[in-house]
Design a binder for this molecule. Structure first.
Ligand SMILES: Nc1nc2c(c(=O)[nH]1)N[C@H]1C(S)=C(S)[C@@H](COP(=O)(O)O)O[C@H]1N2
Ligand SMILES: [Mo]
Length: 232
C-alpha cells in the first residue's frame, strides 16, 4: 500500500544514520488476522472516531522501527527543559520518578501504515513536566530533542491530552532501548514520528521548528484520521 514510501524511508534512514533498518518493514511485522482486522475497522473510539485510522493495519506487537539509539542509561540520562521558560531545569531519571506517575493504554499509528492497539506506557505526563519549567506562554510549541539530532515538535495545546507522555516503561517493564529507552515521548493521536525516542531535551519556543521527518516531506500536523502523512 505504501511500499514505495517505506522503501525510500528505509534507504534514507540507512543513509542518514548509517544504520540499516531491519525490522518493522513490509512483510516482517505480524498483522492481526483478517477477521480481527475487519472487526477492528468497524470499531469506534469513545470520541466517535474510527478505532483504526484510514489506511492503517493493526499489528500484534510493537515493531522496533530503528533509528539511532542514544547511549544514556537511567544512571546518566538527563532531560533539559529549556527555551522560553521562566525556570529552566535539568532532570535526572530519579527526578523523573518524583513526578506523578501515570499508566496509559492507547493506540499508536506509524506513518508507514502499522497501528499498535492497546499499547501500555508508564511515565509522566508531558504537561506535568512542562508546567514545572513554567513556560512563558501557553501557546507555543515543544521541540522534542532526541539523541543524534532527531527532533520533532508539537503544539503546546496538544499536551493537554492526558495521554501525551514522557514514557520510561512499556507494558509495565523498563522501556527497551530499541523502543526509545530510557525515555521517549508518546503522542498517541499523531503519527508515531512525533513520539521521539531517546529524548534528552524539551525546548519551548513561540515559533514552530519543524523536525527531522517534518523537514523531509512528512506532515507537521500528522493527524492520522485526516491521513496527514505528507507535507502539502
Ligand atoms: N529519536 C528517534 N525517535 C523516533 C524515530 C527515530 O528514528 N529516532 N522514529 C520515529 C518513528 S517513524 C516511529 S514509527 C517510532 C517507532 O517507535 P518503535 O521503534 O518503538 O516502534 O519512533 C519514532 N521516534
Ligand atoms: Mo513511523
Amino acid at each position: 500500500m505504501h511500499h514505495d514510501t517505506r522503501l525510500s524511508r528505509r534507504a534514507f534512514l540507512a543513509a542518514a544514520t548509517g544504520t540499516l533498518i531491519s525490522t518493522g518493514l513490509p512483510g516482517t511485522f505480524v498483522t492481526l488476522a483478517e477477521g480481527a482486522q475487519r472487526a477492528m475497522a468497524a470499531e469506534r473510539r469513545p470520541d466517535g472516531r474510527l478505532r483504526l485510522p484510514p489506511g492503517q493495519t493493526a499489528v500484534e506487537r510493537i515493531p522496533d522501527m530503528g533509528g539511532m539509539p542514544g547511549t544514556a542509561s537511567p544512571v546518566d540520562w538527563r532531560l533539559r527543559i529549556h527555551g522560553e521558560v521562566d525556570r529552566p531545569v535539568t532532570l535526572s531519571f530519579a527526578d523523573l520518578l518524583q513526578f506523578e506517575q501515570v499508566r496509559v493504554t492507547c493506540d499508536v499509528h506509524c506513518v508507514t501504515g502499522w497501528t499498535l492497539l492497546d499499547s501500555v506506557w508508564n511515565g509522566v505526563r508531558l504537561a506535568t513536566l512542562v508546567e514545572h519549567a513554567r513556560p512563558a506562554s501557553a501557546n507555543g510549541f515543544l521541540v522534542l530533542e532526541a539523541a543524534h539530532g532527531y527532533t520533532t515538535s508539537i503544539p503546546m495545546h496538544d499536551i493537554r491530552n492526558a495521554d501525551v507522555l514522557l514514557a520510561h516503561g512499556l507494558y509495565d517493564q523498563p522501556l527497551p532501548k530499541p523502543n526509545g529507552g530510557p525515555v521517549r515521548a508518546v503522542v498517541p493521536d499523531r503519527y508515531f514520528y512525533k513520539s521521539a525516542k531517546w529524548v534528552e531535551g524539551i525546548k519551548i519556543v513561540s515559533n514552530d521548528e519543524p523536525g527531522f521527518w517534518e523537514t523531509r516531506g512528512y506532515s507537521n500536523s500528522a493527524d492520522p484520521w485526516k491521513e496527514e502523512r505528507y507535507r502539502k
